[in-house]
Design a protein around this ligand. Structure first.
Ligand SMILES: [Zn+2]
Length: 97
């Protein structure tokens, strides 16, 4: 299963960033004028929203202001699930959520 190829157009098939991050980032707020929304970082014990994610772009680029790093939707999904890159992509484009 892990050796299966991922389609070349996987970037176009990623789920909507708001739909993806909404259930996964606690207290995710409304995007600001630049398209960034802020919520609680799922990668550290966050009590003061320090996770910013760009909901207006398909790749869903995120950054943790407390030092957990940054990345795109695939990296976020990998970190959350422990899947490798291709498995993460397949899960993202497969079910949409
Ligand atoms: Zn963090």
């Amino acid at each position: 299963m892990n050796s299966a190829r991922i389609p070349n157009n996987w970037r176009d098939r990623l789920p909507d960033a708001a739909a993806y991050y909404g259930p996964r980032v606690a207290k995710l707020g409304q995007p600001n004028g630049s398209g960034y929304a802020v919520g609680l970082c799922p990668f550290h014990d966050d009590h003061n929203p320090s996770f910013g994610v760009k909901l207006s772009s398909g790749r869903g680029h995120w950054r943790c202001y407390s030092g957990c790093g940054k990345g795109d939707m695939v990296e976020f999904h990998q970190r959350l699930t422990g899947l490798d890159f291709r498995a993460a992509v397949r899960e993202l484009i497969g079910g949409g959520a």
